[in-house]
Design a protein around this ligand. Structure first.
Ligand SMILES: *Cc1c(COP(=O)(O)O)cnc(C)c1O
Length: 408
């Protein structure tokens, strides 16, 4: 019954998997030395049976925890029923998921794709087409320094990080970067070419930078005054991560277009672009499309994931506060901790040195954390996290820090 599954997992060992990865996979990822093969709730297990407490959640994908029984059950049932047809036909789980997301977000329509980058591609295309139809700018899109929007040619151009763009020219035209949380800089850079402003309410890859309340309010007002389209990339900070379903709810602000992916599918790949009606209308039949986007299996999994997250928001808020306070207490102990910042369970700890070694030492101890932008330890635990997990993680981090202090 499980012939191919057995074939995949038959006779595997750490060494041969790592070797064959080196032979058969393109070298885009600097992998940590671990082969994870199982997950359950807050924990994952490697090929040698060692358990890890997961405070990264696949970079904010496993928000409902690993292999959540309701997600597993929904995927199984949908897989047995219908995996894929085509967007040429009506798709039941797609309609149900769209309705749910529209009701939760207060936006009007959804377009489904397969990833965050694709969700942003759709947002950019939609904003430009709407702008063209309504004489708003000339297609130029302003994005933020330290932002991240994906790795397709266009989204990597929207991402103001030269390292990610190196060697890929010629890049698409029409992007301009300004400092984040600086309303004056934004105003100065708006011209009659500007069609849209795109930003993450909480920047993830850039090092967990939270938008100031006044700033985001100012950006919204600016867009209201000028008809410029406001796009929020909530691929990382959405789906309950900040203690609200969408990060912008913390600000009582609604964008014109919002993009989602990562935790949306509960681990299954799916992206979504939500928009206000008048903007969504710029996508007419044939204007955009994808083969897999919104397929039955992905949408069923996402429907389950979103429904579970609805009941995890309060925990995310409470645990986010508890966790942040505990990390701030560590900051008082170690002078090399420069800042602890975040919103809900999206938490960063900025160090005065590269955090790569800390991540490796934590891995050896059985904890998954991450370092982004060189010096920022990033914590994105599943939203099911409890105090006891946080206590354990913070104690382990304390140990690693104090060992390091001794060795200096
Ligand atoms: C991860 C991420 C993306 C890209 O998503 P992919 O699924 O990797 O294409 C885009 N925007 C933000 C804010 C992200 O964190």
């Amino acid at each position: 019954m499980t012939k191919f599954f057995d074939e995949i997992y038959d006779n595997i060992d750490e060494k041969s998997i790592m070797e064959e990865d080196g032979i058969y996979i393109m070298k885009t990822y600097g992998r940590l030395p671990v082969v994870l093969i199982k997950g359950n709730g807050m924990y994952v297990e490697d090929i040698n049976g060692k358990k890890y407490l997961d405070f990264l959640a696949g970079i904010s994908v496993n928000n409902v925890g690993h292999c959540h029984p309701d997600v597993v059950e929904t995927i199984k049932k949908q897989a047995e029923t219908l995996i894929h047809t085509s967007n040429i036909y009506y798709i039941v789980p797609q309609v149900k998921l769209a309705k749910k997301l529209v009701e939760l977000s207060g936006l009007d329509r959804a377009f489904f794709s397969n990833s965050g980058a694709e969700a942003n591609e759709a947002a950019i295309k939609l904003a430009r087409r709407y702008g063209k139809n309504n004489n708003i700018g000339e297609g130029e899109i302003i994005t933020m320094e330290h932002g991240f929007h994906g790795r397709t040619l266009t989204t990597v151009t929207a991402t103001a990080k030269p390292k990610y763009q190196e060697g890929y020219g010629p890049l698409p035209k029409g992007f301009k970067y300004v400092p984040f949380n600086d309303l004056e800089a934004l105003k100065e850079n708006i011209t009659n070419k500007t069609t849209a402003i795109m930003l993450e309410p909480v920047q993830g890859e850039g090092g967990i930078h939270v938008a100031d309340k006044d700033y985001l309010k100012g950006v919204r007002e600016l867009c209201d005054d000028t008809n410029i389209v406001l796009i929020f990339d909530e691929v990382q900070c959405g789906m309950g991560r900040t203690g609200k379903m969408f990060a912008c709810e913390n600000y009582n602000i609604k964008p014109d277009i919002m993009t989602l992916a990562k935790a949306l599918g509960g681990g299954f790949p799916i992206g979504a672009t939500l928009a206000k009606e008048k903007i969504a209308d710029a996508f007419t039949p044939g204007a955009h499309g994808t083969t897999f986007g919104g397929n039955p299996l992905a949408c069923a999994s996402a429907y389950a994931s979103v429904s579970i997250i609805e009941n995890l928001l309060e925990n995310a808020q409470k645990m986010g506060e508890y966790f942040t306070n505990k990390l701030k207490a560590l900051k008082d102990k170690y002078p090399f901790i420069k800042e602890v910042r975040g919103l809900g369970l999206m938490v960063g700890m900025e160090l005065s040195f590269n955090g790569g070694d800390i991540v490796k030492k934590m891995l050896e101890k059985g904890y998954l954390i991450n370092c982004t932008s060189d010096t920022v330890l990033r914590f994105l635990p599943p939203l099911i996290v409890k105090k006891e997990h946080i206590d354990e993680l913070v104690n382990a981090l304390d140990e690693v820090f104090s060992e390091m202090n001794k060795n200096k």
